[in-house]
Design a protein around this ligand. Sequence first.
Ligand SMILES: Cc1ncc(COP(=O)(O)O)c(C=O)c1O
Length: 463
Amino acid sequence: MATSTASTETRSAQLQELARKHLWMHFTRMGGYDDEHPIPIIERGEGPYVWDVEGNRYLDGLSGLFCSNIGHGRTEIGEAMARQVAELDFTTNWSYAHPRAIELAARIAELAPGDLNHVFFTSGGSEAVESALKLARQYFRLQGKGQKHKVIAREIAYHGTSMGALSATGLTPLRAPFEPFAPGGCHVPNTNEYRWPEDRDPLWAADKIAERIEFEGPETVAAVILEPVQNAGGCFTPQEGYFQRVREICDEYDVLLISDEVICAWGRIGYYFGCERYGYQPDLITTAKGITSAYAPMGALIASDKVFEPFSEGTNSFVHGFTFAGHPVAAAAALANLDIFEREDICGHVREREAEFRQMLEGLRDIPIVGDVRGAGFFHAIELVKDQETKETFNDEESEWLLRGFLSGELYRRGLICRADDRGDPVVQLSPPLICDTEQFEEIEGVLRPVLEEAWQKVQARG
Ligand SMILES: Cc1ncc(COP(=O)(O)O)c(C=O)c1O
């Protein structure tokens, strides 16, 4: 812990007051802060670490929000952005192009698997998903199949917060306050086999997609949207053959397969794109976050030749766009980020080190509260249970007490930023910067172990 001087204390208190008065934070219970429960104010970052305004250091075990992939403080990205400002601060992608957007689009097309050759920039993930859903509708409309508008997504999956993306998001508490939204969102079971009966067919969840398409009527379904590894619920990995079966289903029913890689691209699971890890070819990829390693806001929708084709003919155009999408300064940041990815073989590093990261987490299974450890690459979750044998989970009140009443605060107090989440069953999620190594894995364990042990003691004490 840093020793606070009087002036840091005053500054910290001033920022607290201003934040509570004026900064409306996202997905945040603004009424939950008081002198005992201050707002965490992060002021500085370097490598895998960040420091709060009082000088305390934290391991950024969540990479900001699954996005600071190359770590903090890479001033060469800032220099590339400054050079871009000196050359051209802004021009739009609406009917104009500029060199950085062109270079970045070409580079992404080169990296993306198969014929995913056409890059439509956005300013973030929700915009990428929103764009994909609109593109799928217009794509079919251009072919005289205008009835095709529905999207099939998975339960508990998060695909963003704009009204269209929200229709795909499968989290009831995030949907309920805003209904009705864009019609056509349908949900199928996810791949969380920790909660499956042991004898269930491994392709059960994939086949549920076919059943749902049949139920809705294939002539009404435009797209299936899936993450390579589903974040919400706690890093659900696919069963062997899952995506191959989904690809077959999409082809059979003339439905577009959207791989939502807002988190899973850019090395998070060891490859530039998550679909490469599981060997499937989507029609569309949505991405954001790690595309710039969060040095600038940016997202993208990457489309196959097949999807692009009808838009390249005659007077057709995708009648959709955002002012800041493909912003030159963000594109310059993304290019500099990809230079670092190449130079430091970031994806190779994740593939090489993920077993060690996983082994450290697996090593926590001797703590009775640890029910499951799952994930891929540098993207893992620990599911917490009341009983390892029966897999009994916590009810809402217990989960609230465990996650928000104890774990979140205690992990942070001890210097680890990660996510204690109960959008499905309670989990602790880790998604550290992709530059992390043995030293950081040991640090994560050094915080997680005593805190989970204490959590278990508290669970027992409550009876
Ligand atoms: C899979 C997925 N899709 C979409 C989004 C929305 O991205 P954004 O917050 O940049 O709008 C997220 C955000 O976490 C995500 O994880």
